[in-house]
Design a protein around this ligand. Structure first.
Ligand SMILES: C[S@@+](CC[C@H](N)C(=O)[O-])C[C@H]1O[C@@H](n2cnc3c(N)ncnc32)[C@H](O)[C@@H]1O
Length: 372
């Protein structure tokens, strides 16, 4: 069976590595996605263990359509009875990027009609819609005249790990944070530092990676758990095996933020996890932070200053970050993500690598700086 795993732009290679480690075959890198061959066991595993997957899809039907009528008849022709029975419930999510179809909600309704009419015609009864907890969730994607319909095994995006305490204004998406840690090439042995940690997403994801904590350890709901053919025994075995690989190590992870509220959110989040005990949390201006160990991997997500009038503040802040790295972090490697390319110039250190990543809609560069 073919599996398509969606991710964020720039994390495709990292995801391909994960899929290889999890046993995926014939891996192909796509745009913001990776596909591979595998079985239901792999689908469960990717959902539970991948750190950079957003959604795991099983493609079922593909056709071309340029108008609603074609779309409806082609969709109605498909043998939906292979996946659903008339007593099941279903839901549809849709993404449309096409000049032939403009309203994604409207085509989703058309697909719903096609599925229901297919059942009515074949068996006189139709399945019903349940948007909250459907037995099956279909993912409809239209790009130009290319229609792809998949079964969504995930439900809510996998960045929703289940550990987030609300409150911080600009937390990094968990998938992006994990991807940044993996892209940094951190060896999981040397110290890891984030001296502008906000709610603590980067140190926490780093700690989960270093301790082999499954990405989904705190998440309870996955779309596949509602499938009529859900194999609970297999699911429990996958969780048990993954949990048996958890290690407790004493790698030093340093987290700091100047904002007491952010620090409190990070503290509570770390406290709720046993394994996050090795994260040292402080609450000072990074310029006062002492004792960054030599050979650390430093990963930071400073403010970008998107609000008008913040430009000068950002220039000064980035200059201070550069000075701090030069004076206090010799022998370490720093990685900085920012969408503020002008302020990045004030760091005054040459980046040996710049990777394009997106923080929400903001195009960012993830800069590697080697501090000799
Ligand atoms: C974009 S947020 C980081 C968000 C974080 N990555 C997360 O996932 O929650 C930038 C953080 O830098 C912190 N910050 C700004 N100036 C600082 C300074 N001089 N020293 C330490 N932290 C600072 C802010 O308080 C803010 O929490």
């Amino acid at each position: 069976m073919r599996i398509i795993v969606k991710t964020m732009q720039g994390l495709e290679e990292v995801l391909a590595e994960e899929l290889k480690d999890l046993g995926g075959k014939d891996i192909q890198i796509l745009r913001r996605a990776v596909s591979c061959d595998g079985d239901y066991e792999l689908v469960y595993k990717i959902n539970y263990l991948s750190r950079v997957a957003i959604r795991v899809l099983i493609p079922i039907v593909k056709f071309y359509a340029r108008n609603e009528k074609d779309f409806y008849y082609r969709a109605m022709d498909y043998k939906w009875v292979q996946h659903l029975s008339s007593s099941n419930t279903f839901a549809i999510s849709s993404t449309v990027n096409s000049s032939y179809f403009t309203h994604s909600h409207y085509v989703a309704l058309k697909l719903k009609d096609a599925i229901c009419d297919h059942f009515r015609k074949k068996m006189g009864r139709r399945p019903s819609i349940d948007t909250e907890q459907p037995d099956l969730k279909f993912d409809l994607q239209i790009s130009g005249d290319n229609v792809n319909i998949s079964i969504d095994s995930t439900g809510d995006s996998l960045h929703q790990r289940g550990y987030r305490i609300q409150g911080h204004q600009a937390p990094l998406n968990e998938v992006l944070a994990a991807g940044m840690v993996l892209l940094s090439g951190w060896n999981k042995k040397s110290p890891f530092v984030d001296f502008m940690c906000g709610s603590g997403t980067l140190p926490l994801e780093a700690s989960m990676i270093a301790n082999n904590i499954p990405a989904g350890i705190r998440r309870t709901n996955y779309a596949f758990k509602h499938w009529p053919n859900f194999d609970n025994g297999l699911w429990r075995r996958i969780q048990k095996e993954a949990k048996s690989k958890i290690i407790e190590n004493d790698i030093q992870i340093m987290a700091n933020d100047i904002d007491p509220e952010a620090k409190e959110i990070a503290r509570q989040t770390f406290l709720s996890f046993n394994f996050a005990r090795n994260i040292e949390l402080s609450n000072v201006d990074f310029k006062e932070l002492e004792g960054i160990p030599e050979g650390s991997t430093i990963v930071i997500n400073p403010p970008y200053g998107e609000r008008i009038g913040e430009e000068d503040d950002m220039d000064l802040l980035y200059q201070e970050i550069g000075d701090y790295l030069k004076q206090n972090c010799k022998g370490s490697t720093a990685w900085i993500i920012s969408s503020n390319f002008e302020a990045m110039k004030k760091i005054g250190l040459k980046a040996s690598k710049k990777l394009v990543l997106f923080n929400g809609p903001l195009e960012c560069k993830f800069h590697r700086i080697d501090l000799f």
